[in-house]
Design a protein around this ligand. Structure first.
Ligand SMILES: [Zn+2]
Length: 103
């Protein structure tokens, strides 16, 4: 997977509103004071657990995910900590898979 350059990430954080990303996912947002509430698209949500703070352009799921962050985290909320690049490593054999895991 291609890495996104850091300045590109910073640009996305400035220019993309979390609110827009939520709407693009079909999340209906309701204003609640300074925040917006909606159903979390990352888990099977039945009561609005998703809180978006437009002034900070941050989001947080108070439900099952307990995830949150910036627009970048929205795009990949469940990605684990970086494990390094797997480029050039065949994942064919168990040994290679183990190597790829440890990279
Ligand atoms: Zn959630």
């Amino acid at each position: 997977m291609a890495r996104i350059p850091k300045d590109e990430l910073e640009r996305l954080k400035r220019e993309v509103a979390v609110e827009r990303l939520a709407e693009a996912r079909g999340v209906k947002l309701e204003r609640h004071g300074a925040d917006l509430l909606g159903l979390c698209p990352f888990h099977d949500d039945h009561e609005p657990s998703l809180v978006i703070t437009p002034s900070k352009n941050l989001w947080h799921c108070l439900g099952a995910c307990q995830a949150g962050g910036s627009v970048i985290d929205w795009v990949r909320p469940s990605s684990p900590a970086p494990r390094g690049s797997m480029q050039g490593v065949s994942t064919g054999s168990p040994a290679n898979r183990a190597i790829a895991r440890d990279l």
